[in-house]
Design a protein around this ligand. Sequence first.
Ligand SMILES: Cc1cc2nc3c(=O)[nH]c(=O)nc-3n(C[C@H](O)[C@H](O)[C@H](O)COP(=O)(O)O)c2cc1C
Length: 185
Amino acid sequence: MSEQPDQQTKKPFLYVVVCASGIADDVGKLITAAQEAHWDVGVIATPQGLGFIDTTAVEAQTGYPIRSAWRSPGDPRPLPPADAIAVAPATFNTINKWAAGISDTLAVGILCEAYGFGIPTAVLPYLNSAQAAHPAYRQSLDRLREMGVLIGGYEPHQPKAGGGAAHFRWEEALELLAPKVSRRL
Ligand SMILES: Cc1cc2nc3c(=O)[nH]c(=O)nc-3n(C[C@H](O)[C@H](O)[C@H](O)COP(=O)(O)O)c2cc1C
C-alpha cells in the first residue's frame, strides 16, 4: 500500500528541554541547527527555565507554544509526540531529579517517561565544577548512561568565573542523536 502524502513529507519532531541556566537564552542556536537538519521543534522549559529565555522569540521560531506546565485533563496536546529529545542546557538540578525519577515538573516528567517509551534522548549538561563535585551528580550521570541517554562532553566550568558559553556546543545534541534517530524513522 502506498504511503499518504502527509506521511511522506512529515518531518521528525524534536523536543528541546530547556533548564534554568545562564546560557538558556541561546537555545535559538539549537533550534536553528535542528530546523536546518529538517527537524520540527517544540520547546519544553522547566518553570524556572521559562524566566531565562525569550519566550516570544522561541515560539515564533518553532511555531509551537512553549510547554512548561501540565495541561488540564481533556485539553488537547499542544505538541506532536517526540521522535527524539535534546535536553540543553541541562542543569545540575534537572539531571539529578531525572535520574532519581522525581517527576515534579512537566520537563522531568516527559524525560522520565521517555525512557519507557524508548525515545532517543541526548543531554548537554551545563554546570560548574563545584556542582559537578557533588557525589549525586556522578551517580546521576552513571544512571542516565545506563538508561541509554547520550551525554554531551562539556567540561564543567570554574564557579564564579563567567561560565563557559563559548565552549558549549549546542549542535552536539543533534550529532549524538543522529545515529539513533536515522534507525527509527
Ligand atoms: C543567573 C543564574 C544562572 C544559573 N545557571 C545555572 C547553570 O548554568 N547550571 C545549573 O546547573 N544551574 C544554574 N543555575 C541554578 C538553577 O537555575 C537552579 O538550580 C534552578 O532551580 C534549576 O531549575 P531547573 O533545573 O528546574 O531548570 C543558575 C541560576 C541563576 C540565578
